[in-house]
Design a binder for this molecule. Sequence first.
Ligand SMILES: Cc1cc2nc3c(=O)[nH]c(=O)nc-3n(C[C@H](O)[C@H](O)[C@H](O)COP(=O)(O)OP(=O)(O)OC[C@H]3O[C@@H](n4cnc5c(N)ncnc54)[C@H](O)[C@@H]3O)c2cc1C
Ligand code: SF4
Length: 337
Amino acid sequence: MIPLAYSHAASEAEALALEGAFIAGGTNLIDLMKEDVLRPRALVDINGLPLDQIRAGEDGGLLLGATARNADTAYHPLVRRHYPLLTAAILAGASPQIRNMASNGGNLLQRTRCHYFYDVGVPCNKRAPGSGCSAIGGLTRQHAILGASPQCIAVHPSDMCVALAALQAAVHVRSPRGMRRIAFADFHRLPDDRPDLDTTLGQDELITHIELPPSSQFAAHSAYLKFRDRASYAFALVSVAAMLDIGEDGLISEARLAMGGVAHKPWRVPAAEALLAGRRAEPSAFGQAADALLAGAQGQGENNFKIEMARRAVVRALEQAAEGTHDNTRSERDGSD
Ligand SMILES: Cc1cc2nc3c(=O)[nH]c(=O)nc-3n(C[C@H](O)[C@H](O)[C@H](O)COP(=O)(O)OP(=O)(O)OC[C@H]3O[C@@H](n4cnc5c(N)ncnc54)[C@H](O)[C@@H]3O)c2cc1C
Ligand code: SF4
C-alpha cells in the first residue's frame, strides 16, 4: 500500500507550502486515484480557504472563487442575470449531485475522458509520456476533430470551460512567486508534443478565482447547446457556446463562439466570429461562421460524424441565441435536464 498524507490548509500560504495535490470537490481526482492513473503522495484539502465567494469585480464584472461549487455558481443571481450562458453550460454538465461537490477550480483542471487514459494497462502519452497513443486507430467516437497532434487526440471534457472561453474569462493564480492572471485562451493548451500538459498552470500554482469581464450586452442573446449520447449525465460529443450582441437595427455588432468536445481545449476562432459582425442574424451568415470555425477539421474515422454534427450545432446554437436566451434553470428544477 502507498502511504497517503492528508492535510487541511488553513491559508493560501499554507496550501502553497504544503507539498501535495490540491483537492477541492474530489470528483475527478479521487476517481483518477481509484483507477491508479494518479498516485499523489499527499493531498492538500483547500476547502477551508476563503475562496468560495462569488462577488462583483471592480470593473463591473464578476469574480468566481475557485472553491465555490458549480451548483452555487450556476444559480447565483448575478451569474443568472449577467452570464446566463455560464448557468446553461454548468447545468448541462454531470448531475445535480456532482455539481453540488464540483468546484470551479477543479472543473477547469478535470482531465480528459479518453478511455485509454483511464486504462493503465495500455499506452497513453498523456498518462505515461512516450508510451504511445492507444486512441489513434482505436475507439475514437469521443475524440478530437480539431487541433490534435500525432501524440494525442483527446478532448477537454468540461462544459463550463466552453462558456468561460466565449466569455473571455481570466484565471487568477497564486504561487510562492506571487500572483498572476492567465487569459482563458492561454490557460488550456493543445497537445502538440507534450500531451501530458493540459494547461499552462505550474505544478505549484493555486487557482484563487476566475474573473468574468462585463458581458451584459450578450445576456439577451446567448445559448449553450450540447449534443451527447444520453440526455443527461454524459460528456459532450459536441457542444457550442454562442453569444450575440444584436443592436436595435437588427444587426449583430459582436459575436462570440466556442466549441467543446472537439479539441484538447475549448475551440475558438476569432476570425469566424468577426464574420458575423455587421450581419443580420440569419442562417446564411451562421453557416459561414460555422465553416470558418471548423476550418481544417479532420475526423479519426469513427468520429467523422462530428464534423457535420458540429457545423449543424453551431448554426443551431446561433439560431437559438438570436431567438433569445432561454432560462434553463426552470427545466432543471423540474428534474428534466
Ligand atoms: C460521473 C461524472 C460525470 C461528469 N459529467 C460532466 C459533464 O457532463 N460536464 C462537465 O463539464 N464535467 C463533468 N464531470 C466532471 C466534473 O465537473 C469535475 O469532476 C469537477 O468539476 C471537478 O471539480 P472538483 O472540485 O471535484 O475537482 P477535484 O477532483 O478536487 O480536482 C480536480 C483537479 O483540480 C486540481 N485542483 C482543484 N482545485 C484547484 C485549485 N483551486 N487550484 C489548483 N488546482 C486545483 C486538483 O489537484 C485536481 O488535479 C463529471 C464528473 C463525473 C464524476
Ligand atoms: S488520445 Fe491522448 S489521452 Fe487518449 S490514449 Fe492517446 S495520448 Fe492518451
